[in-house]
Design a protein around this ligand. Structure first.
Ligand code: ATP
Ligand code: MG
Length: 564
């Protein structure tokens, strides 16, 4: 493609509001433009990246027996009312009325439509299993659209759905998807982890998320340095470091002026891991005392899964329920439900005495108070793995895909059933699997860039080669570049030909910014000695090649890059 005939609006300045590197670079390289918050136009170069990703996904979905279909974006409300998600999904769903005042919504995912279709088209066990997929637009009124195309309100997703007779069938399709996903992300040049995750609004058993390490991510995962354990921190369990316990007898001690864990530990000269952190929370069922070890933090999502949404109590609520100020809350003698983190099962501790200016030393959980035990602490760096002696590391990641075992959660309310050999009716067992295409592109940019710009993995680069004549005003140089451009095209090498009449410096800067795998420079050396420069974007290695050998050298280098 000729630059002068293309829309490649590169920018020197980064967009003012951008924080994520991928956001800055994708705008600067002229791949996307923002129309409104979380709504983007994909420009020609961005479109080529999306098409490459699309093709890889399609190939891998077809390989596992997926059949491509297209489901509508516009859905009647009844479909979602039937499964109950019309009410359980809140403001994230775009809702509207048609001219006949029928309530509708815009599809944020397609389990309902798939189950509707299966209810009509699947009759017997002979029709199963099936994998249906689409690569299509989703709409979600995200609370915080941000980070460029990483989180938008309109985005393209590959979503697939498996239909099976039983759990064993689902297991097989789940594994097939896991393998397909690993191939897809590997082919797209991403480094990633497949981790255990919380199925959330999808329902069903433990799911998996595919996580690409990046500072721009919104998720965190815990990884064991010894075994294969890896999980989203929302779900991850760990054994926090074991302190040296003391066998204190129960005793009330004055702690004047010491309210926080830090102050109490300084005053008593003890390890924070020997204290109990008591948090009074307000849930929809009323007050609740949540207990953690003093060196641990509460994981709000883990707690919310057990007791629903909870907020911290205000000062006056603490006074009402415990008759004490916030500095001396404790579990002993309290007539409220108590939930305690598993790490408190062993040892004796210092805890608030529910008496201003006092603490209890020697508090023995399970003896001096009876809690409900649960895992509610945040996993932190260096905690011990729940399965082995290894230690856990926390990494920030971008979720690029996920897979869910849905079971019969959608087929039952939608009456998607099949007849067995014996003529009995059973609900179809479903799975659901998603990948965000623009997220892959942005994650690839996050993982592959330098100070100058993007360094595209060759499989998803918009073009393979950047042809750059340094001076288009030099007629001879222009002719050589034109000739080389047609040879490259004939050789089937995807070439972006920078035929602009621009200063060499500007062209080189743009080439680094766009980050195509290979660059050929036609310059004065080409005129003088018949040599062109071949430069690999990733390694910045340059080689001088005689002009007649340029095409074959480029082909060799590109195939090496594609396999590296
Ligand atoms: P997140 O936790 O990031 O909101 P999700 O769990 O809502 O993601 P799914 O509904 O399972 O995601 O969607 C499948 C895939 O679609 C995600 O793994 C991600 O790659 C992509 N995706 C989801 N929401 C967005 C969005 N707002 N913008 C871009 N891609 C998205
Ligand atoms: Mg979401």
């Amino acid at each position: 493609m000729r630059w002068t005939r293309s829309l490649i609006p590169t920018l020197k300045e980064e967009p003012a509001e951008a924080e994520a590197v991928s956001h800055k670079l994708m705008v600067r390289a002229g791949l996307v433009r923002q129309l409104a918050a979380g709504i983007y136009v994909t420009l020609p170069l961005g479109q080529r990246v999306m098409e490459k990703i699309n093709a890889i996904i399609r190939e891998e979905m077809n390989r596992i027996g997926g059949q491509e279909i297209t489901m509508p974006v516009l859905h009647p409300a009844e479909l979602w009312q039937q499964t109950g998600r019309w009410t359980t999904i809140g403001e994230e769903m775009f809702r509207l009325y048609d001219r006949g005042k029928r309530q509708m919504c815009l599809g944020m995912t397609h389990e309902e439509v798939v189950a509707w279709l299966a209810a009509r088209e699947i009759r017997s066990y002979r029709d199963l299993p099936q994998i249906w997929y689409q690569i299509q637009t989703k709409l979600r009124d995200e609370a915080r659209p941000k980070s460029g195309v990483l989180r938008t309100r309109e985005f393209v997703m590959k979503d697939s759905y498996s239909l099976d007779r039983d759990e064993a069938g689902l297991e097989k399709n789940y594994e097939l998807h896991k393998e397909a996903y690993c191939r897809i992300f590997t082919r797209c040049g991403l480094s990633f982890h497949a981790v255990e995750s919380d199925p959330g609004m999808m329902g069903g058993a433990v799911a998996h998320e595919f996580m690409a390490p990046s500072e721009a991510g919104e998720d965190e995962i815990a990884l064991c340095d010894r075994c294969s354990y890896s999980a989203n921190v929302e779900l991850a369990v760990s054994r926090p470091r074991r302190p040296t316990f003391t066998t204190w007898d129960l005793e009330e001690i004055a702690t004047p002026g010491a309210g926080t864990i830090e102050e109490v530990c300084r005053f008593l000269q003890i390890d924070p891991a020997l204290t109990i952190k008591s948090l009074l929370l307000i849930t929809t069922d009323g007050p609740l005392l949540a207990l953690l070890r003093g060196d641990q933090q509460l994981h709000e999502k883990k707690l919310a899964k057990l007791v629903g949404e909870a907020r911290s109590a205000h000062r006056d609520e603490i006074l009402t329920y415990l008759r004490v100020g916030p500095g001396s809350i404790g579990p002993v003698g309290v007539d409220l439900p108590i939930i305690a983190d598993e790490s408190l099962r062993e040892g004796r501790y210092v805890a608030g005495a529910n008496k201003d200016g006092f603490h209890l030393r020697g508090v023995w959980p399970g003896i001096h108070f009876q809690p409900r035990w649960a895992d509610i602490h945040q996993v932190s760096n260096g905690d011990q793995c729940p399965h082995c002696e290894g230690s856990l590391r926390i990494e920030r990641v971008i979720e690029v895909g996920n897979i869910f075992r849905l079971g019969t959660k959608y087929s039952v309310p939608m009456k998607a059933v099949y007849l067995s050999e014996a003529g009995d009716e059973y609900p179809i067992v479903m799975g659901s699997y998603g990948i965000g295409l623009a997220r892959i592109a942005a994650a690839a940019v996050e993982q592959h860039h330098d100070d100058l710009g993007i360094i595209w993995p060759s499989a998803i680069a918009p073009f393979q080669l950047h042809l750059l004549p340094v001076n288009m005003r030099d007629q001879k140089m222009g002719e050589l570049a034109e000739a080389l451009y047609s040879q490259l095209q004939q050789a089937g090498i995807e070439t972006l030909y920078d035929d602009r009449d621009e200063r060499a410096g500007v062209k080189f800067k743009d080439a680094d910014l766009l980050g195509l795998p290979l660059r050929i420079t036609v310059g004065t050396r080409t005129l003088r000695e018949g040599m062109v420069d071949l430069k690999t974007r990733k390694t910045a290695k340059e080689a001088q090649i005689p002009l007649p050998e340029a095409v074959s050298a480029a082909r060799t280098l590109l195939s090496r890059l594609a396999n590296s």
